[in-house]
Design a protein around this ligand. Structure first.
Ligand SMILES: C[S@@+](CC[C@H](N)C(=O)[O-])C[C@H]1O[C@@H](n2cnc3c(N)ncnc32)[C@H](O)[C@@H]1O
Length: 199
């Protein structure tokens, strides 16, 4: 994508803020729900687990993850956008009230979570916004040994090829890295990458 378009889209989708961010959130909660569900389905979640969602935006995946780890578990959303955290807080109000979800300010490279504290990490449509090397180090730090990483992204908004991302995760020390590129009837292709912190 060219840099002018990226600048225009940044307050809507990249770092959502103000009215443009609210409009972006409304678009994302409809348009990206299938990707969020795919990420949760592939995260090997079960009741009692702790799962981190990086960049949950309006909170569709965070709510699904909270349902997948209840009872006894917790879905933790970390997002730098106050606008997105407010939307997610509204969507996940019940899960937050009973402790099946929490939301905090942070980024992929600075989650604020303790070492080896989560069983899985998911990310939908934000890996391109990360400081990637620092984020991979942070994700390996917070994932328990053997824990699952699921990264999902629209193919047409990626700034690398899916194969490059796959290769980078291997170089960053993740194991069992696999790549899935799915055609969709109502949108362009979706990329899904599964990986694991070494046991
Ligand atoms: C395009 S939205 C995707 C939201 C949602 N996951 C979806 O697919 O609908 C990108 C999200 O990533 C968040 N974000 C931006 N920079 C980030 C970073 N460095 N680390 C984590 N999240 C980030 C944004 O605030 C926003 O909520």
């Amino acid at each position: 994508m060219n840099s002018l378009l990226l600048q225009i889209l940044d307050p809507i989708f990249g770092r959502p803020r103000g009215v443009p961010g609210l409009i972006g959130g409304a678009i994302m909660q409809r348009g990206n729900a299938e990707q969020e569900a795919w990420a949760v389905e592939h995260a090997e979640l079960s009741p009692g687990m702790q799962v981190l969602e990086v960049g949950p935006g309006p909170g569709i995946g965070l709510a699904l993850a909270a349902e997948a780890v209840a009872p006894g578990g917790r879905a933790i959303g970390v997002d730098p956008s106050r606008t997105m955290r407010a939307m997610a807080r509204e969507r996940c109000a019940l899960h937050l009230a009973v402790g099946h979800a929490t939301l905090r300010e942070g980024t992929a490279d600075d989650t604020g979570l303790p070492d080896a504290s989560v069983d899985a990490v998911i990310s939908v449509n934000n890996v391109t916004l990360w400081d990637q090397q620092a984020a991979y180090t942070e994700i390996q730090r917070v994932l328990r040994p053997g824990g699952r990483l699921v990264i999902v992204h629209h193919r047409h908004t990626m700034n690398t090829t899916p194969e490059q991302l796959h290769e980078e995760l291997g170089k960053a020390g993740f194991e069992e890295v696999s790549l899935d590129v799915r055609g969709r009837s109502l949108n362009r292709a979706a990329v899904g990458i599964l990986a694991r912190r070494p046991a």
